[in-house]
Design a protein around this ligand. Structure first.
Ligand SMILES: Cc1cc2nc3c(=O)[nH]c(=O)nc-3n(C[C@H](O)[C@H](O)[C@H](O)COP(=O)(O)OP(=O)(O)OC[C@H]3O[C@@H](n4cnc5c(N)ncnc54)[C@H](O)[C@@H]3O)c2cc1C
Length: 462
């Protein structure tokens, strides 16, 4: 194909989440004419913001790690790196309120020594585990480091049984493995595939000293995933159609593609389908992948966020996580949300929230306000300016054992059709990192079908 022919090649990306935005940027960077169709009135998919009075609220607090090289590429590409800074060094305050002797604050920290010594001092000083438990955690971490997350056999095993076989007590699971695992996998250890757990812990804790340093948006997520992403797409000439659902996807007689919406049909040489697994199943043309009904067997897992606006400052740190309490992670979103006046806005992020996701607001209020008072003494005398919850019932795919077999790769059997989404076979759990990687892989599939593999920094990052 000549460059001229390539320049006039057209691609449609269905879905404007992080996977779709990434695919569109990569295809446009390679010189294609790209249209993005997004059913909602904004870009960003599952990671978005909305207005509530004077606040701009994220539907759920999102963090990423320094090892998320593809998401960091994305931030850079849309000009958002400085808006979502990383910690200089991993430092997680862990407040244990479940001890008879009273609350105790510990920290999970790293230093600059080479792997695995970067965590040894932090683990040795972690007060929420006994000496014997800390030693057993070290041994299990080294054993985990020897696993190959790509070994399909690992996907059939659950992480909880593996931890038990490696001498991990219920306390080490609660105070360390699930503390990190629930937040990153969105499931407890018994409900997690060992392959995905090994991926998270190996990449995050055992690849490089700084791999697990945490970053998050200091602005509303929508400012990065919608506003900046939109500007980046506009800058490379991508046509973005919001409030536009793709309703059909068919092959043309000429071997191209036709995408139907309620208002028009768009012809294309290549298509990236970057929608959730159920919607993918609904749009996927016959013969595109083996056993398409398997997509319907990929479960989902909920995340609940509890939002509390106090009339004064009750938390001095930017965030902390709790033990001995139903509260998981608490983030100060005051500045990011635009709250004015003397108050403080805290977002409580509850992963794997199957049991709470449908509880009425009043019940959640009755549960979380006293619990926050237990964790934060200053909250006991503070007034509540606002209390609300956000519920994402299908926040992520369920990382259950066996899920690896159900996740298709980016390539389909039909030329020019690529699949993307955090739920596809990225090797990662459902994360922003997985979404960006999947979008890049699907763009590669489309470009290859057009006879053009386009070298791109993201291929290295991924
Ligand atoms: C509350 C919450 C907290 C999270 N926390 C974290 C975290 O801390 N760290 C992290 O890395 N990840 C986190 N995640 C996961 C992360 O947000 C997702 O993995 C990622 O955003 C998925 O992106 P995606 O592009 O694959 O899919 P989606 O975001 O689901 O995008 C798919 C898009 O397709 C659109 N669509 C669907 N059907 C059609 C159609 N027919 N036509 C056109 N458009 C269509 C949808 O409207 C949607 O915008 C969290 C998710 C939630 C919900």
């Amino acid at each position: 194909m000549t460059d001229d022919a390539l320049r006039s090649s057209r691609a449609v990306v269905i879905g404007g989440g992080l996977a779709g935005i990434t695919a569109a940027l990569r295809l446009a960077d390679a010189g294609l004419e790209v249209t993005v169709l997004e059913g909602r009135p904004r870009l960003g998919g599952l990671a978005f913001s909305f207005r509530r009075g004077e606040l701009t609220v994220d539907n759920g607090h999102h963090v990423y790690l320094r090892c998320c090289t593809a998401y960091r590429w994305f931030l850079d590409r849309v000009g958002g790196t400085s808006l979502a800074p990383l910690q200089n060094r991993l430092d997680v305050p862990v407040l244990d309120v479940g001890r008879p002797s009273g609350p105790r604050l510990g920290r999970l920290r790293r230093n600059d020594l080479p792997v695995p010594f970067h965590l040894a001092a932090g683990l040795a000083g972690y007060p929420h585990l006994s000496l014997a438990e800390r030693a057993s955690v070290g041994r299990a971490a080294l054993a985990l480091g020897r696993l190959d997350p790509e070994d399909p056999a690992l996907d059939t095993v659950d992480f909880g049984s593996w931890l038990a076989r490696h001498g991990q007590s219920p306390r080490t699971v609660e105070a360390l493995w699930d503390l990190v695992g629930v937040a990153t996998l969105n499931a407890t250890a018994p409900n997690s595939s060992l392959a995905l757990a090994a991926k998270v812990f190996k990449t995050g804790l055992l690849s490089e000293p700084g791999a697990a340093d945490i970053g998050w948006a200091g602005v509303p997520l929508g400012e990065i995933h919608d506003t900046l992403a939109r500007a980046a797409l506009d800058a490379v000439g991508v046509r973005v159609e919001l409030r536009t659902k793709a309703t059909s996807l068919t092959r043309t007689e000429q071997g191209g593609w036709s995408v139907g919406t309620d208002g028009e049909r768009i012809d294309a040489d290549a298509v990236v389908l970057a929608v959730p697994q159920r919607e993918t199943h609904g749009l996927l043309p016959a013969g595109a992948i083996d056993a398409p009904d398997r997509l319907l067997d990929i479960g989902t897992s909920p995340i609940l966020n509890v939002h509390v606006v106090y009339d004064r400052k009750v938390l001095r740190r930017p965030f902390f996580t709790a033990l001995g309490s139903p509260v998981q992670w608490v983030f100060d979103r005051t500045e990011a949300s635009g709250l004015t006046g003397p108050g403080q806005y805290l977002a409580v992020s509850q992963s794997a929230a199957d049991e709470e996701i449908d509880l009425p607001v009043a019940e959640l209020r009755g549960r979380y306000l006293p619990e926050l008072e237990r964790l934060l003494p200053a909250a006991r005398t503070a007034g509540i300016r606002d209390f609300f919850v956000t519920r994402e019932r299908a926040a992520t795919f369920a990382p259950a054992p066996g899920v690896g077999r159900l996740r298709p790769g980016a390539r389909t059997r039909l030329p020019g059709l690529g699949l993307a989404g955090a739920w596809t076979a990225t090797g990662w759990p459902a994360t922003m990192e997985g979404a960006v990687r999947s979008g890049s892989s699907a763009a590669d599939v489309a470009l290859r079908a057009l006879g053009r593999s386009h070298e791109h920094p993201l291929q290295e990052a991924a």
